[in-house]
Design a protein around this ligand. Structure first.
Ligand code: AMP
Ligand code: ZN
Length: 664
């Protein structure tokens, strides 16, 4: 087999595995073996850029940066849908239709997926482009981002038309959404509100590798084009499925409006058992010839009707408003409700967000309130049933002092939340910071859990995370539920965390707005805590992706005498507060501000080593040549199209020797 065949075979094999896994939900290879094959393909493609294919399975990881999304006119307009809310609405619709078409009318019933609509164009079985709905006439081209979604086939199977559009909804399944939020909460970032907004917000992220990290899916519902050889909507769905698209199996062909109503009633109850959110059902006249006869109004097809579910609502009593203190001191008011069944779960609490929210709705303890679980996963209070308000009811006065430490709360101009400023003494904040410090993504301390931390704080054994390193087995054993073995594990776990690299220590410090990614960027740039401590806001904002908000927070953190002392102590215990010497060896800023594209095969160095060398010396590596490329480092067998592109853009091409000399 020659190289080209080998590459093609691997691509086919990998897309088949991808299809089995994501569309059929039936894995036929282990993740490990899949990765090995993908790496093998990547290596071959790297070595043979002349066989580049924009639709190769290797392209799913993303990496393309789009600053401005190109506006693109749809080949055929993307209409919206008329809505109905009752049986009567649907019967009226049926009457209107029957006046306009002859013969029996059948319907395809589909779920109305709640996400962002997308038009995909395929040509010769390959994804040509993906465009958002926009205003229906034109949208934004977001192909690079859409390619990273595993349920979007890059290469179709079977007997597909030469060119066609297919429409679908980009959605974020609930499990994936919750997992993303777990991480955000761990990073002290505001959780996303609901899956729909998060899905649609993902489409226009500038960095496609960020999109690749989100577990998005694409569910298809309609094929558009000419000479497609399809006669009914239902047949269209089946064909799309056969070509490799994800078309939910819940779609159903029925023969009467009564059966449509049965379908609606069924899914109104069952929708909470689906892995993703729906906001209704879409009913479509099945016969495409009849669809043609019915045509469109100025806004929507006459042959389709959305049936919107009512957001589920219940009323219940608000027993008490309590206040939670986060590790940064932010206060969140919480409504404690008389437990009530809503959308398949028992609801006991609802977030009230902040003081303004309470005031706006005039929510009071003792009120009967309406709770809704619409697009939001966390239930919210939408109104008060004033007819049931007790006579003696009094307006809610928001707390003025911290529920944990009694310190007077502050509210910063322009921010919605109140804060407890007692950074040092507020027990919840103190324990919260230590809990963050030991968490899995930070210092990952084995044998120590959140509850033990609270206990240690309560017993006065620790006041901040640097105290952890002085804990002894003897001190820990007397604690509740501690045995000698577990005390030993705890102390050993703490000692082991001294090996955790600087970037994670920096994240563990819990500086506001410094999540994992920011911590990495700062660690890479400043290399040691000493350098970072001396950085001014002005200096900080020059670092890639560091904005003013982060910069100010970093400066504020290090301006505290107490924090400085804590850092000194961490240092004295041997916690990693700089990039280790091995990592540092060979790192310079020589290539700062320059972007390189590496292409071809090299003699004295591997491609990955070359890329690392560029990054270690402060340069950036990009995957494709553009006007922003400073240099192309070309090895043997660089693709001819890349060379032409570099030449056309007047970009200097360096050989491997020239590059290495250049570094010296
Ligand atoms: P609306 O935005 O309320 O006018 O509803 C129209 C939108 O519903 C379309 O743009 C699609 O994005 C979305 N939709 C979700 N599921 C379906 C489906 N099964 N068939 C047609 N449209 C759907
Ligand atoms: Zn407090």
């Amino acid at each position: 087999m020659n190289i080209k065949q080998k590459i093609e075979t691997l691509r086919e094999e990998l897309s088949q595995h991808n299809y089995n896994y994501y569309i059929l939900d039936n894995a036929t290879i282990s993740d490990y073996d899949f990765d090995i094959k993908l790496k093998e393909l990547q290596a071959l493609e790297d070595a043979h850029p002349e066989f580049f294919d924009a639709n190769s399975p290797t392209q799913r990881v993303g990496g393309t940066i789009t600053k401005n999304f190109k506006t693109t006119v749809h080949d055929s307009r993307m209409y919206s849908l008329d809505n109905s809310y009752s049986k009567e609405d649907l019967l009226d619709w049926e009457t209107r239709i029957k006046k306009m078409v002859d013969g029996e009318v059948n319907y395809t019933c589909e779920l109305k997926y709640d996400g962002a609509s997308m038009n995909l164009t395929y040509e010769n079985g390959k994804l040509l482009r993906a465009v958002t709905r926009g205003d229906g006439v034109q949208g934004d081209e977001v192909t690079a981002n859409i390619k990273t979604i595993n349920t979007v086939p890059l290469q179709l199977k079977g007997d597909y038309p030469e060119r066609f559009d297919i429409r679908g909804e980009i959605i974020l399944p609930i499990a994936g959404f919750l997992k993303m939020n777990e991480e955000r909460i761990a990073n002290d970032e505001e959780p996303y509100r609901n899956p729909r907004n998060t899905a649609s917000g993902s489409l226009k992220l500038q960095d496609s590798s960020e999109v690749a990290k989100r577990p998005l899916e694409c569910l298809l519902y309609s094929i558009v084009g000419s000479d497609l050889n399809i006669t009914t909507q239902y047949e269209g769905l089946e064909k799309a499925r056969a070509w490799g698209f994800k078309v939910p199996q819940e779609a159903k062909l029925v023969h009467s409006i009564d059966a449509v109503l049965d379908y609606i009633n069924h899914w109104d109850k069952e929708r909470h058992n689906l892995p993703y959110e729906i906001d209704g059902v879409v009913v479509k006249v099945n016969n495409l010839y009849q669809q043609d006869e019915l045509g469109f109004t100025s806004k929507a097809p006459r042959w389709a009707m959305a049936y919107k579910f009512k957001a589920e609502q219940v009323s219940t009593r608000l027993n008490e408003i309590t206040y939670q203190v986060g590790r940064t001191g932010a206060i969140t008011p919480v409504a404690n409700l008389e437990p009530v069944e809503l959308a398949g779960t028992t609801v006991k609490r609802a977030s009230l967000h902040n003081a303004d929210q309470i005031e706006k709705l005039d929510i009071r303890e003792g009120d009967e309130v309406f709770v809704e679980k619409g697009g939001e996963i966390i239930p919210k209070i939408i109104a008060v049933d004033l007819t049931k308000r007790p006579l003696e009811s009094q307006p809610t006065t928001y707390i003025t002092n911290c529920p944990e430490c009694e310190t007077e709360l502050i509210r910063v101009e322009g921010e919605a939340k109140h804060y407890c400023p007692n950074y040092k003494g507020c027990p919840t904040q103190v324990a919260g910071r230590i809990q963050h410090f030991i968490s899995r993504k930070a210092m990952d301390i084995d044998g120590l859990g959140g509850e033990t931390v609270s206990l240690l704080v309560k017993e006065g054994l620790i006041r901040n995370y640097s105290d952890l390193y002085e804990l002894t087995i003897e001190q820990v054993i007397p604690l509740e539920r501690m045995a000698e073995k577990s005390a030993e594990n705890l102390v050993n776990g703490i000692a082991a965390s001294k090996q955790i690299p600087f970037e994670r220590v920096l994240f563990a410090l819990g500086i506001r707005f410094v999540g994992e990614t920011v911590a990495k960027k700062l660690a890479k740039h400043y290399k040691s805590i000493d350098a970072l401590m001396f950085a001014s806001t002005l200096d900080l904002v020059t670092v890639d992706e560091i904005g003013e908000r982060i910069a100010e927070s970093v400066v504020e953190f290090f301006s505290s005498e107490e924090n400085k002392q804590i850092i000194e102590r961490l240092k004295s215990f041997g916690v990693q507060l700089e990039i280790s010497a091995e990592k540092l060896a060979g790192q310079t800023e020589k290539l700062k501000g320059q972007t390189f594209v590496v292409s071809g095969v090299f003699e004295t160095i591997s491609r990955n080593e070359l890329k690392k060398l560029i990054e270690d010396n402060g340069g950036k590596v990009a995957s494709s040549i553009s006007s922003k490329t400073s240099y192309v480092v070309a090895g043997d067998k660089m693709g001819p199209s890349k060379r032409t592109k570099a030449e056309n853009l007047n970009i200097a091409i360096l050989t491997e020797i020239e590059f290495l000399d250049f570094l010296k």
